[in-house]
Design a protein around this ligand. Structure first.
Ligand SMILES: Cc1cc2nc3c(=O)[nH]c(=O)nc-3n(C[C@H](O)[C@H](O)[C@H](O)COP(=O)(O)OP(=O)(O)OC[C@H]3O[C@@H](n4cnc5c(N)ncnc54)[C@H](O)[C@@H]3O)c2cc1C
Length: 389
């Protein structure tokens, strides 16, 4: 236990969450990986156990716990080897629900946040468009006000939970002439007329559904605008800090899991009359990997602490995602190598991890975009500020 960040209570939570995952989730993972559909009962069970409300306000049914409960939630989800299942859960709890909690008014929170915490409503966050995901400000979807409604037109792609969720948190231009200052965020019910979704086939994250969405004159009640009109871009950028740190934490956790598994394998596998963990070349490779996992983990914990203390850690969260996802890809690649031919087999965990991990440097801001952001802060001394309340 790292006592700088985790208390006895945290560790009790870790143990009970781990047990829950082994009992309730692991027996279904292979089925969900094949079908690309996570059955509803498990969402409800997560809700009943309070797992979707760890960081949410008590008045809406959450537990308002410190960030290290979230860190444990993320880490343990990575250690059951389904990046897709993990993504479906954290995209709901930390992408969609973060916007609902931070920008939704009381009526929206009652209608969407409480059932989200209870596992009765699933959400998704729709920012990326087919014409481009990195250039968020260049999005083309529009939501033009007409009387007491906004009329949403456009499309989104690569949306996690985009097929099976009950509501969509959607970014669109309410004033297309104003660039990123003309963007707003809405909450939209799935069954609203004019929304269609198709499921995308993908390399990894196979248990999670990923959608392309089309909006054809979708009527959104004006009260479903979240926060202030025109502030959508600032809200998105503000929450990216959390999303990027989440992806950094996920990365150190899956690398740690890959390494632990590989160490167990190496202790059993024999070649040339000895177990392979006795070969110096492999031992040095393990030493490098263990060092990198530890460095990233410690950095991510310290950024989590600062975020928890209310600091605006956009630079550090970008660094976390940039380096931890790269490290995880490398560690998983090298661990697969240490399993020899078995690393390439679906019966062993490294094959799926290898596929799943590859999304790390792409989703939620590519490594190239993160380098741009970091370079602007480091070289040009640009300062990013939280959206004004
Ligand atoms: C499985 C999966 C799940 C996802 N889930 C969600 C979700 O739930 N919600 C959501 O909104 N999005 C989601 N995404 C989208 C993801 O965030 C985007 O794919 C990502 O931001 C990149 O956008 P893009 O794919 O359009 O690539 P592009 O923006 O088209 O970029 C293509 C390439 O060009 C590079 N590039 C672009 N601009 C620059 C530049 N200025 N300098 C240098 N290089 C540049 C990029 O780094 C990349 O390598 C998901 C994606 C995947 C694959």
């Amino acid at each position: 236990m790292n006592t700088m960040y985790f208390t006895e209570e945290h560790e009790l939570f870790r143990k009970s969450f781990k047990d829950f995952l082994q009992k309730e989730v692991v027996p279904h993972i292979d089925k969900w990986e094949k079908s690309g559909t996570i059955e509803r009962f498990i969402w409800k069970k997560f809700g009943e156990m309070g797992y979707f409300g760890l960081n949410q306000p008590e008045e809406y049914g959450g537990m308002d716990l410190d960030i290290f409960y979230t860190v444990i939630f993320l880490e343990e989800l990575q250690k059951i080897n389904s990046g897709g299942f993990a993504a479906a859960m954290w995209a709901h709890a930390y992408l969609a629900m973060t916007h609902v909690n931070k920008e939704g008014d009381v009526a929206i929170k009652k209608k969407y946040l409480t059932p989200s915490i209870e596992g009765d409503k699933i959400g998704c966050l729709c920012i990326t468009e087919p014409f481009g995901g990195s250039d968020v400000a260049g999005m083309r979807s529009t939501a033009i006000k007409k009387g007491d409604k906004y009329i949403l037109n456009g499309s989104k792609t690569f949306i996690t939970n985009g097929v099976y969720s009950d509501y969509l948190v959607v970014a669109a231009k309410t004033d297309p002439d104003k660039g990123n200052k003309g963007m707003s965020i809405f909450i939209v019910d799935r069954d609203t007329a004019g929304i269609s979704a198709s499921k995308l086939d993908k390399l990894g994250w196979r248990a999670s559904d990923t959608a392309e969405l089309a909006f054809d004159n979708v009527e959104i009640p004006a009260e479903n605008l979240m926060g202030e009109e025109g502030k959508g871009f600032s809200y998105i950028m503000q929450h990216f800090a959390l999303e990027r740190l989440i992806m950094g934490i996920n990365a150190h956790a899956r690398a740690e899991y890959a390494l632990d598994y590989t160490l167990g394998y190496m202790a059993e596998r024999e070649a040339f009359g000895t177990t392979i963990d006795k070969f110096q070349a492999l031992r040095h490779s393990v030493a490098d990997m263990a060092s990198e996992v530890e460095m990233n983990k410690e950095f991510n914990y310290s950024i989590a602490k600062r975020l928890n203390d209310g600091q605006y850690v956009v630079k550090e969260a970008s660094m976390s995602k940039l380096l931890s996802t790269k490290m995880a890809d490398k560690v998983i690649y090298d661990c697969l190598q240490l399993l020899g031919g078995y690393g390439y087999m679906e019966d062993y965990p490294l094959a799926r991890m290898f596929r799943d991990s590859r999304l790390g440097p792409i989703g939620g801001g590519t490594s190239e975009i993160l380098r741009e952001i970091i370079a602007k802060m480091v070289i040009d001394k640009k300062e990013y500020k939280p959206a004004a309340k």
